[in-house]
Design a protein around this ligand. Structure first.
Ligand SMILES: Nc1ncnc2c1ncn2[C@@H]1O[C@H](COP(=O)(O)OP(=O)(O)O)[C@@H](O)[C@H]1O
Ligand SMILES: [Mg+2]
Length: 231
C-alpha cells in the first residue's frame, strides 16, 4: 500500500471561537496552508489511476483531528479553484457548522437522508469561494443506518455530478460502525493519526477494519507532529 506522510504543525492563523481551527484564506504563505497544499498534492498524485472525487477523512479515535484536517483540506482545495462540497457526516458530533459560522442546525444531512426532499435544499454556501457545505443536522437515533442507506448513495452520486470534489468528515473508525458503513461508498479514505495520542494497535485495527469494509485507503495524515529538529 502506498502512503503519504505529511506533518502539519500547530500554528494556525484564524480560529473559530472554540472547536476546530480553519486556515486563513487571506494568508496563503502561512506554513499550515502550505502543508495542507502538500497533502492535496499527495492525494492528487495517488489518484493518477483512479477517479478521486469523494474523499473521506477519518481516524481511529475521537480528537485526532478529523474535522480540522477535513475542513482545512476542503478550504485548501476550494482556494485552488476547485468546486468543493464539504459534507459533515459525523452525525454524532457537530463541529463544522460553528467553524464556518453556520447556525441552522434544523436542516442538514440527517434530515435530508430521512426525507425525500431535494438534496439541494441542505447545501449552504460558505464564506469561502467555491466551498459549499452540508451540515450534519439534528443528531438522529440511527446514524449508521442513515449513512449506509441507499439514499446516501444517491446523494453522493447526485453531488459528484455537481462538484469537483466531495470531502466527508465522519466519526472515528473504532468507536462506531458509521465510517465502516460509508467508506466503501467513497473513492478514497484518509486516516488522520495524531502523534502522542493514537496508539499503534488502534491504528492497525482501524486499517484492518477499513480493509474488511473494502475501503480504498489512500494514506495517512500525521497530525500535531512536533518536529524533531526544532526546540
Ligand atoms: N495540529 C493540531 N494542533 C493543535 N490543536 C489541534 C490540532 N489538530 C486538532 N487540534 C484541536 O484538537 C481538537 C480535536 O480536533 P478535531 O479536528 O475536532 O478532532 P476530531 O474531529 O478527530 O474529533 C480541536 O479542538 C482542534 O482544534
Ligand atoms: Mg470531528
Amino acid at each position: 500500500m502506498k502512503m503519504f506522510h505529511r506533518k502539519k504543525s500547530k500554528k494556525s492563523t484564524t480560529s473559530s471561537k472554540k472547536g476546530i481551527k480553519l486556515i486563513a484564506d487571506t494568508d496563503s504563505k502561512n506554513i499550515v496552508s502550505e502543508q495542507f497544499r502538500t497533502i492535496l498534492t499527495n492525494i492528487n498524485f495517488s489518484a493518477v489511476n483512479h477517479e478521486l472525487k469523494t474523499i473521506l477523512i477519518t481516524s481511529s479515535q475521537a480528537n485526532e483531528g478529523k474535522s480540522t484536517v477535513s475542513a482545512n483540506l476542503a478550504v485548501a482545495w476550494a482556494k485552488q479553484g476547485r468546486k468543493v462540497l464539504f459534507i459533515d457526516a459525523d452525525l454524532r458530533q457537530p463541529t463544522i457548522q460553528s467553524a464556518f459560522g453556520l447556525h441552522d442546525s434544523r436542516h442538514g444531512l440527517s434530515t435530508i437522508l430521512a426525507s425525500d426532499a431535494s438534496f439541494d435544499l441542505v447545501v449552504h454556501q460558505s464564506p469561502i469561494n467555491n466551498l459549499a457545505i452540508i451540515t450534519n443536522g439534528p443528531i438522529p437515533p440511527n446514524p449508521a443506518a442513515l449513512l449506509g442507506s441507499r439514499r446516501m448513495e444517491k446523494l453522493l452520486a447526485y453531488f459528484r455530478n455537481h462538484y469537483d470534489l466531495l470531502v466527508l468528515d465522519v466519526p472515528p473508525v473504532l468507536t462506531v460502525a458509521d465510517t465502516r458503513v460509508i467508506s466503501p461508498k467513497v473513492d478514497g479514505v484518509v486516516l488522520v493519526v495524531r502523534q502522542g495520542q493514537a496508539q499503534k494497535v488502534a491504528v492497525k485495527k482501524s486499517v484492518e477494519l477499513l480493509q474488511i469494509a473494502k475501503a480504498n485507503l489512500l494514506g495517512y495524515v500525521l497530525n500535531d507532529v512536533v518536529p524533531k529538529n526544532r526546540s
